[in-house]
Ligand binder design. Structure first.
Ligand code: COA
Length: 429
């Protein structure tokens, strides 16, 4: 019996089946930074634990990093993009204000049957997105969801402000979350927000309150502003609290937790959480030295590295915990369900995947061209004469085809609109 049919009858769980990460090639060390602002390797390492960070090159964007991470995650999960029902991108540095980076990612992957949206919850974004994905799967509205945290913070950091520019880096991490029948995957989540602390970590300019203007640019308000001490105080308190809360919600004991994967903002914040929770330090994943704070991408990148290092095994209980701008925080209790470490995919599968993404690019180009040519050849809506009639017929035919394709897709489900008798008449004409 197929997994899907087996799952549809019993309880539904949401487990991570694929993962991938991508970081830009360009590395910026603390010594490099000391040539740009008044700082030193000694200060940065002793105050944050960061030794270097990856910085987006000219061709890297939040989308290109997201695409690379997502392709890897899909390959590990062993599903094709058309099986995705939903694409969620957690980011504070979207490709554009709109359209969403998630929609652009959906198109780049050829995930033709997926809905897509961006999620903004500061550095807690990935936790929020994973929690939403699990809810969608458990409620029965999705079978496979792609969750990505992708950031190019180097584009919104003020490279003249030593208080902030030393902290952040660029990168992306992605997971595929799939339905499963066995009890595993996301067991509990805790999400929180305190908007009264919004101004502690903020990009004041470029939004509805202060649209981009000469004044905004003069004040450098298009860049990150941060009250480091207050954020530090908030983070040191909220991280252990959220961890304890999610462990309790999952019905576990703290000692049962095999691995905590915290947001990587400052190794002193993580050290404070280790002390407060009383867990051995080797149960925490810490990779901040190499990447700095990559916001929504930090937790999935740390997860990918922990898996690659063999630190995550079937049956392990994990806690993912983050905090960030908003202020927001979130924690997830996760029971690792993947039975064995994923083997490297054979080369021919990678070639096949590359070919698929090539086709997805062609599909996207055809749709763009068709959209551009349509009005020109068919004439504007409501036009008189032959062109008007041609457009009317063509529009109706396109609607029928779209509906029929919807009916053929199993994902469309029982609520999918059926072609009406009128549509059938139109198709016959
Ligand atoms: C930013 C942070 C590292 C600063 O560390 P800190 O120990 O709190 O340092 P302070 O704020 O007390 O500043 C100490 C001094 O170092 C200076 N300083 C700040 N950045 C510096 C840098 N890159 N190099 C050298 N000196 C620096 C400050 O100007 C200050 O000097 P002053 O005392 O003469 O004014 C720390 O507060 C922090 O990590 N906060 C949380 C930030 C965070 O996680 N943000 C993202 C959340 S998702």
């Amino acid at each position: 019996m197929s997994d899907r049919r087996r799952v549809s009858r019993g309880p539904r769980y949401a487990q991570i089946t694929g993962w991938g990460m991508a970081v830009p090639e360009k590395v910026l060390t603390n010594d490099d930074l000391a040539r740009i602002v008044d700082t030193s390797d000694e200060w940065i390492v002793s105050h944050t634990g960061i030794q270097q960070r990856c910085i987006a090159g000219e061709r890297d964007t939040t989308l290109t990093l997201a695409v690379r991470a997502a392709q890897e995650a899909l390959l590990v999960a062993g599903i094709v993009p058309t099986q995705l029902d939903l694409v969620i991108v957690a980011t504070v540095t979207p490709e554009y204000l709109f359209p969403s980076t998630a929609s652009l990612l959906q198109d780049a992957l050829g995930a033709a049957h997926a809905g897509a949206f961006d999620l903004s919850a500061g550095c807690s974004g990935f936790i929020y997105a994973l929690s939403m994905a699990a809810d969608a799967i458990r409620s029965g509205s999705a079978e496979h969801v792609l969750v990505v945290g992708s950031e190019t913070l180097s584009r919104i950091v003020d490279w003249t402000d030593r208080n902030t520019c030393v902290l952040f880096g660029d990168g992306a991490g992605a997971v595929v979350v799939s339905v499963c029948a066995e009890r595993c995957g996301v067991m509990a989540s805790v999400l929180g927000s305190d908007g009264s602390g919004g101004e502690l970590l903020i990009v004041p300019g470029g939004g509805s309150r202060h649209p981009l203007s000469q004044q905004v640019l003069e004040r450098r308000d298009q860049y990150v502003k941060m009250n480091g001490r207050e954020v530090y105080r908030f983070a040191s308190t909220v991280m252990p609290r959220a961890t304890e809360a999610v462990v309790q919600k999952a019905g576990w004991q703290l000692q049962d937790v095999a691995l905590v994967i915290p947001h990587q903002a400052n190794d002193r914040i993580i050290a404070a959480a280790i002390k407060r929770l009383g867990l051995p330090a080797d149960r925490f994943v810490v990779n901040i030295a190499r990447y700095g704070n990559t916001s929504s991408a930090s937790i999935p990148i740390a997860l990918c590295e922990a898996i690659a290092e063999g630190r995550v095994n079937a049956g392990d209980r994990l806690v993912l915990v983050g905090f960030g701008a908003g202020l927001t925080w979130g924690a997830l209790a996760l029971e690792w369900g993947v039975p064995e470490p994923a083997r490297p995919r054979p080369l021919f599968l990678r070639w096949l995947a590359t070919f698929w993404y090539f086709l997805a690019g062609i599909r996207s180009a055809i749709r763009r061209t068709e959209r551009a040519l349509y009005d020109r050849t068919m004439g504007p809506e409501g036009a008189e004469g032959v062109r008007g009639k041609l457009r009317e017929r063509s529009d109706r035919l396109r609607a029928v085809i779209a509906r029929r394709l919807g009916r053929l897709r199993p994902e469309a489900g029982p609520t999918a609109e059926k072609p009406t008798a009128e549509d059938d008449d139109a198709a016959r004409q």
